[in-house]
Design a protein around this ligand. Sequence first.
Ligand code: 1GP
Length: 254
Amino acid sequence: MATGKIHQDLCNLKKKGDSAFAVLADPDKISTSDMRYLAELCNDAGVNFLFIGGSLLMAHQLDASIQSFKAESDIPVILFPGSPAQVTPYADALLYLSVVSGRNAELLIGQHVVSAPVVKASGLEVISTGYMIIDGGVQTTVSYMSNAMPIPANKPEIALCTAWAAEMQGKHVLYMDAGSGALNPVSAEMIKKVSMHTDIPLIVGGGIHTPEKVYANCQAGANIIVVGNAIERDPLLIRDLCQATRQGGQKQTA
Ligand code: 1GP
């Protein structure tokens, strides 16, 4: 399948050993007017991507949130959907997630079949994603909603074999997620193991709060760092997290 510009950008990050920063916005938690403010902060800090979506959305303002953001920013908007109902043509790309860490057939292929006509018609760039939920020390929404066991945090070899399987199945990217609000983010050791031995871009998120952890993850080989909760609590953190990503990515390249 032909891939698009955003996927190419991610492949370039992997090739160069570099990192980029993504803010995760949950449209249930941010008002559409605050999305404009968030866009300004992202522009000023040099954020690379906006991820948008949630395991469970109740407020029906996904389209309006994306439109508000796009009114102020050219940063690409990537859907990170918790369900097929979160596919909308207002975004630029879709992380087409298969929960490869679980054994729930619905999240491996079932919901993809159901949503295929909508995804096809959307015109979105589709980025096929091997999504790996890693135990973050607490039951997260994604872990509960996926009805599947996460990969144990202290088993990097299971993470690597899962990543290999996803890569050999032809997934475009890998996403290791400790889940939003995780107590323990994915360890640098696990990131390094997966990154060193795979050739597709690696996205890492869940429970990341500090520039130090961002920097360590970039050095370990993460190509995109995703932060949601910490930025909801303190939007001004975006600048420091972005800077840590640039510094960590350069270090990875060196
Ligand atoms: C969750 O990776 C994201 O899917 C972000 O997690 O909200 O904990 O930053 P946080």
